[in-house]
Design a protein around this ligand. Structure first.
Ligand SMILES: Cc1cc2nc3c(=O)[nH]c(=O)nc-3n(C[C@H](O)[C@H](O)[C@H](O)COP(=O)(O)O)c2cc1C
Length: 338
């Protein structure tokens, strides 16, 4: 089966979209390029009464994501990309988060108003890089990042979510140690390893869901062994050491925290994160998310000490200039058509 490259979207094709439903189908091509844990893409959509209804896809919620927190964060990122795409064509989305309890499947209802004014320059810049953003899991070059970008990130917020930027060395080192512990703990759990293996594929046999092994293992080794075998033989201790270096050497770490906890806060966190990742992409920077220090209950309170005590960490990632840009690989996406 041949898979169309979801990262190649012809903007000019939008002209053919006459009604809201067709326009939405076009914007959804951008929405699905959002980040999600293990690239599960845990969303689904319905078009009803001229509105878009967004749902959590139970079948694509990770078994390890018992609280559904990770799935909601991914849906938040999806909503942010959708919002940016619609603004690019002069629409203003009215996003009503309906999710109240973690197990409810309906998450949001979104209506779109045509606005006379063109969208701000900033949103245009973010829109332009939606198709250029990819995770890079390699090392980042040390050094200072663009001050204006860091200030923008540090002062940005979305609903109940707020971001914190950590650039000083001691903070990066402390957090690097937490990421290392998280890696060691997660990869020592057979269930987590098996779950990860089930989401890895080789770019020679592309898939719509999951992650290409080439984005995880540099060099020729990746060509020699099957993806599942590679994960099986991953050594938690040596990967933990590598992650310690990657996170403490990165020029900036970002923690997204929320004043509340629950589905609405998780969606806010996902939206803010996606926007920050796009902002970083506009400057040519890469990013890499680490779930361990937040998902592992013993590490969360330690990470929390790095930010305002009244906020709960929801996301941790590093940003910087990648040493190996070839590790920024397009992962697959499944189209959403309403
Ligand atoms: C909530 C969340 C947690 C994630 N955790 C990790 C992680 O622990 N390690 C990692 O390498 N990537 C992590 N990612 C990144 C995803 O694997 C990545 O976004 C996805 O595979 C899609 O690839 P792309 O970002 O290149 O489009 C996470 C993403 C999200 C949204």
């Amino acid at each position: 089966m041949s898979i169309i490259n979801p990262w190649l979207i012809e903007e000019k094709d939008f002209i053919a979209a006459k009604d809201l439903r067709s326009k939405l189908n076009f914007w959804l091509k951008y929405a699905v390029l959002a980040v999600s844990a293990h690239n599960t893409q845990p969303w689904s959509c319905l078009f009803r009464d001229n509105s878009l209804f967004v749902y959590r896809n139970e079948g694509r919620t990770l078994g390890s994501d018992q609280t559904t927190r990770l799935a909601h964060i991914g849906i938040g990122a999806f909503i942010e990309n959708l919002s940016i795409a619609s603004k690019n064509w002069g629409y203003e989305p009215k996003i009503h988060i309906t999710a109240f309890s973690p197990n409810e499947l309906e998450v949001a209802q979104i209506s779109f108003d045509k606005v006379a004014e063109a969208t701000g320059r900033e949103y245009l810049e973010l829109f332009k890089v939606i198709t250029a953003r990819h995770t890079n899991r390699g090392l980042y070059m040390p050094g200072k990042l663009d001050e204006h970008l860091l200030n923008t990130i540090a002062t940005d917020g979305e609903g109940t979510a707020k971001s914190f930027v950590i650039t000083e060395e001691s903070g990066r080192k402390r957090i690097g140690e937490l990421v290392a512990k998280g890696t060691d703990i997660a990869l020592s759990l057979p269930f987590m390893k098996r779950e990860l293996a089930s989401f890895i594929y080789s770019s020679r046999k592309p898939k719509e869901i999951g992650m290409p092994i080439e984005s995880m293992i540099p060099g020729h080794l990746k060509n020699l062994i099957r993806p599942e075998t590679a994960i099986k033989f991953m050594n938690p201790e040596s990967l933990a050491r590598e992650n310690m270096k990657k996170y403490s050497q990165a020029p900036a770490l970002v923690i997204v925290g929320t004043y509340e906890d629950g589905p609405a806060a998780w969606i806010d966190a996902g939206r803010l994160m996606q926007r920050i990742l796009l902002r970083a992409t506009t400057k040519g920077y890469s990013h890499d998310i680490a779930a361990g220090p937040i998902e592992i209950p013993t590490l969360l309170p330690i990470l929390r000490q790095e930010i305002q005590p009244n906020t709960r960490p929801q996301l941790l990632f590093r940003i910087g200039r990648a040493e190996t840009p070839s590790l920024s690989i397009s992962s697959g996406r499944k189209a959403v058509i309403i």
